[in-house]
Design a protein around this ligand. Structure first.
Ligand SMILES: N[C@@H](CCC(=O)N[C@@H](CS)C(=O)NCC(=O)O)C(=O)O
Length: 252
């Protein structure tokens, strides 16, 4: 199989796609695009939408982390990404949908908000990236890309403050999925690969890491994706973190 993954550094669904390919034992090549420019590039490559991950498998185009999961299962059924048991499959699909539609975007917004205010951590996100130009140059020219990404993703103060207030509820849902056995089982599934990279990406924010790594969602994320690029020093106004601090299990 000839497989190429189009993604960009730090893309959590991009990591999900790569984890699923690894799980299937399918070797692949990766092309890292620049955010924003990626929109035009993936369209020019013939994909129907403008997001990554997008992959070419023997010339066939598959776009979107959930679509990729299904296509990989079709092309190489073992090991499976979805359980055979219909009830369990419904639970995994719902968890995967939650990861894609509810969890992915708030974390994306937090990261772009933070990078807009401090570009130094861009280097940490570029670890291992294959951008086609020297990383230093890419970082020097990144300011407009970061500003546009923050704008396109709605990384306003109000949204980000709301995302931080809602984050504990989202992480609780991940903890619950673990407790009920939908994810974090002996055999990983598509929902594990969908959810863990997002939680792992949230952990690249030093403000959030201590609150996440101690809970089941954090341990699960580290199990599924032990190494994730990205490290952002404290950046959020302390008042915005209060809802998370007061929700922490060991809070006073
Ligand atoms: N939820 C979809 C969409 C993924 C998505 O929105 N990807 C972001 C990167 S994480 C993207 O391509 N954004 C375009 C941009 O920021 O320029 C998936 O899981 O595939």
């Amino acid at each position: 199989m000839n497989v190429r993954v189009f993604t960009f550094p730090g893309s959590h669904p991009g990591v999900a796609a790569q984890l699923m390919l690894d799980y299937k034992g399918i070797p692949f090549k990766r092309t890292d695009l620049f955010p924003v420019a990626s929109k035009a590039v993936v369209r020019a490559l013939g994909f129907p939408r403008n997001t990554v991950p997008a992959i070419k498998i023997d010339g066939e185009r598959v776009q979107g982390s959930r679509q990729i999961a299904r296509e990989l299962d079709r092309l190489r059924p073992e090991p499976p990404l979805f359980p055979d048991d219909p009830e369990k499959r419904v639970a995994v699909e719902e968890a995967e949908r939650f990861g894609d539609e509810e969890l992915q975007h708030p974390v994306r917004r937090l990261i772009w908000w933070a990078l807009k205010r401090n570009k130094a951590p861009l280097r940490s996100f570029s670890e291992g990236a294959k951008l086609g130009i020297p990383i230093g140059l890419a970082i020097k020219t990144a300011a407009p890309i970061v500003a546009l990404s923050a704008r396109f993703n709605g990384s306003t103060d109000a949204n980000v403050q709301g995302d931080l207030a809602a984050l504990d509820g989202l992480l609780q849902r991940v903890d619950d999925l673990i407790a009920e056995g939908t994810i974090d089982g002996d055999q990983l599934n598509a929902a594990d690969f969908q959810i863990a990279p997002t939680v792992r990406l949230a952990m690249s924010l030093q403000d959030l890491r201590p609150m996440i790594e101690s809970r089941p969602a954090g341990k699960h994320a580290e199990r599924v994706q032990p190494k994730m690029p990205g490290d952002i020093p404290p950046i959020f106004p302390p008042a915005w973190l209060e809802p998370l601090k007061s929700a922490a299990p060991n809070a006073a």
